[in-house]
Design a protein around this ligand. Structure first.
Ligand code: ADP
Length: 160
């Protein structure tokens, strides 16, 4: 059996919280597709090309993980990748309401696609890309939250 899953997100930029979910998923599924959403409405700091490139670098040790950007609905991308599993990460209870709504909407749009929630290691459960960007813009060193190469790129972008 070839078990495949799609982990979609904006990843602006990838954090150790995202990577923890990717590592967990890669141990369970034969192939994990990381779908990088363009998310124009969120006005990402990094272009989709930059986000894909940072993710490729950060996941080089995970041989069954593939990174690709996508536009439009997550369920349509899941169908294109021929998977019926969408993975989402849960941090705190605060994530739950939005994630629950989205999972139910996706189920209404496509009955045969299942959303699986995974929890990070508790040492990453407070991490968010948004918080990290704010911290860097205030001069913090975020090397313990994101890979060193990502921390460097954040510093360059946010000190302009
Ligand atoms: P999106 O725009 O889809 O919310 P994100 O890049 O912010 O994109 O997050 C992608 C997924 O990863 C979401 O399911 C989010 O809840 C999850 N996630 C983000 N940070 C963490 C973390 N520190 N621990 C666990 N899951 C996380």
């Amino acid at each position: 059996m070839n078990r495949k899953a799609l982990y979609p997100g904006t990843f602006d930029p990838v954090t150790y919280g995202h990577l923890d979910i990717m590592e967990r998923a890669s141990r369970i599924y034969d192939c994990v597709f990381i779908g990088v959403a363009h998310s124009k409405e969120k006005k990402p700091l990094f272009s989709v090309k930059e986000r894909v490139s940072m993710l490729k670098n950060a996941t080089r040790h995970l041989k069954n993980v593939e990174i690709e950007d996508f536009k439009g609905l997550v369920i349509n991308h899941a169908k294109r990748k021929k998977t019926c599993v969408i993975i989402r990460g849960l941090r705190m209870i605060s994530d739950f309401e939005f994630e629950f709504q989205m999972a139910l909407t996706n189920r209404k749009l496509s009955e045969d696609i299942e959303t699986i929630f995974m929890m990070t290691n508790d040492s990453y459960s407070y991490l968010s890309s948004k918080l990290i960007k704010e911290a860097v813009s205030l001069g913090a060193d975020v090397k313990s939250f994101v890979p060193a190469s990502v921390a460097k790129k954040l510093k360059i972008k946010l000190s302009k």
